[in-house]
Design a protein around this ligand. Structure first.
Ligand code: HEM
Length: 465
């Protein structure tokens, strides 16, 4: 069926079939849009803004030198809790019930959880960046407890959904269970981290902060990355979804690595802690690099998708290539620490966390949102080529990721000063910020065109509630 689009071009649409049931059910759950919108607002107003401010402060270009360590942590958590966490929570609570053959999670559940998560991360970011004295200390603890409440609720909702759902022996289910358990661990550890920060000048001790970062990247976010990718991405590229026997070893190594990273918080000797952390990096970094080609895709063309959707599939390829690179860099630095028992190769670790944070997480958010979120269904079906505002974010993000990885790696080159390194990072931050702003405008356009899309596809204009 060909129908004129709002722009007057032809849109190739299929009649509503079982396939569309996957994107537009009779009882629509649109609360994921609230999660995506909150993630975007926090990314633009905090995480990616601080990505520009932090390196400029480090070079003295901006005057907030005395609070730089707090700003770095505020940046890290706005990105992990706000940008990555909100997006993954929203999409997981939307997709996992579908995968498990369960009804959508009601708004009376998803909305309060969203409020807890947003209040927790916004309050913590502001408190860590600006508040001092008792106000700062109390704010950190209270925002930590609120965020923990939200995080534990996400875990509980997903656990109930998975437990009541179809018990198919498919990789997505095991990754989803592991991810659900890591959301619980994240929630539990958030509270002692907030208390330690309150006791320590609004600064979480470095080792604990590092552990939490990797717990989120590999455990709470990584498992859902592999859950959703293993179910769909190989198919986009004309390959079969991986059977359990193919992903079981890297899947177990990923989670064993994340567990070792957390165990490094135990009160052992500094040397033993560093060896445990290093071993965790080797396992989880290596497993991520292994999973990228088998559960995701690092080469090929997404010829199983409509021509219009193929542009979005490039994000998925780039995300998996960045995961490969990040995994190798982290495993390398981990191996060095494992053997020496010392903190080694900070530049590699920093490059790796941004290969995962910008490459794997941000690229996949852009790509998978456009490939699976129902609000993009009309855009996916349109025959017109992508606009400049849709192509530009890809190249901005690829360049920003490469520059941010480079600025981490340059730390290992003795002859390079702080200033060029940090200016490279701030340039990367500015490019990534523009990419997020352009993506946000695409999301707004997609949400606004959704009623028209439903009309064209012959679905009821208003979702039944
Ligand atoms: C182009 C965009 C980005 C830029 C320019 C940037 C910049 C920075 C800088 C300069 C640091 C401090 C490094 C140091 O300690 O020497 C940092 C730390 C960090 N960044 Fe980014 N970042 C970006 C994107 C991201 C993203 C998307 C994530 C996660 C999703 C992320 C997560 C982190 C984390 C977890 C830390 C460590 C925070 C801590 O030590 O507590 N960053 N970033």
């Amino acid at each position: 069926m060909a129908t004129p689009s709002p722009q007057g071009q032809d849109i190739q649409l299929e009649p509503p079939t079982a396939r569309h049931a996957d994107v537009t059910p009779a009882v629509e759950d649109r609360s994921y849009i609230g999660y995506v919108a909150s993630a975007l607002v926090i990314a633009l107003a905090a995480g990616f803004l601080l990505a520009v401010i932090v390196p400029l402060t480090a070079t003295g270009t901006l005057p907030w030198d005395e609070r730089l360590p707090q700003l770095v942590q505020a940046h890290g958590w706005a990105q992990l809790q706000g940008w990555a966490g909100l997006f993954v929570a929203g999409m997981a609570m939307r997709l996992i019930p579908r995968f498990a053959g369960r009804p959508p999670i009601p708004v009376r559940v998803t909305l309060p959880v969203l409020v807890l998560l947003v209040v927790g991360v916004v309050w913590r970011t502001i408190a860590q960046s600006f508040f001092t004295g008792t106000l700062g200390e109390v704010s950190l603890v209270v925002s930590g407890v609120i965020a923990a409440g939200g995080t534990l609720s996400v875990s509980a909702v997903l656990a109930v959904t998975l437990a009541k759902g179809r018990k198919r022996r498919e990789p997505w289910r095991y990754f989803a269970w592991a991810g659900t358990a890591w959301w619980a661990a994240w929630g539990v550890l958030m509270v002692p981290a907030a208390i330690r920060a309150a006791d320590n000048g609004r600064f979480i001790p470095l080792h604990m902060e590092d552990v939490l970062t990797w717990l989120v990247i590999f455990g709470a976010v990584g498992n859902f990355v592999w859950s959703v990718q293993s179910r769909s991405v190989p198919v986009f590229f004309g390959r079969k979804t991986p059977p359990i026997r193919k992903v079981v070893v890297p899947g177990v190594l990923l989670n064993a690595g994340a567990a070792l990273i957390v165990l490094s918080l135990l009160d052992l000797s500094p040397e033993a802690n560093e060896r445990l952390l290093g071993a965790g990096f080797v396992l989880a970094g290596g497993a991520s690099a292994w999973l990228a080609p088998i559960a995701g895709s690092v080469w090929g063309e997404a010829h199983r998708l409509r021509p219009r959707a193929r542009a979005a599939a490039r994000y998925v390829l780039a995300a998996n290539v960045a995961t490969l690179l990040g995994g190798v860099l982290l495993a390398w630095s981990g191996a060095a620490s494992m053997f020496s028992g010392e903190f080694e190769l900070f530049g590699f670790r920093d490059a790796a966390r941004h290969a995962f944070g910008l490459g794997m997480i941000t690229m996949l958010i852009f790509g998978m949102a456009q490939l699976v979120a129902p609000m993009f269904a009309l855009a996916r079906a349109e025959a017109r080529p992508p606009r400049l505002s849709e192509v530009l974010p890809f190249w901005l993000l690829v360049t920003a990721t490469l520059l941010r990885i480079l600025s981490g790696l340059l730390l290992e080159v003795d002859s390079i000063d702080l200033e060029p390194r940090m200016h490279t990072a701030s340039l990367a931050g500015a490019m990534a910020w523009v990419a997020i702003a352009l993506f946000a405008s695409t999301v707004v356009r997609a949400v606004r065109s959704e009623p028209r899309m439903k009309e064209l596809l012959g679905f009821p204009a208003r979702p039944a509630r």
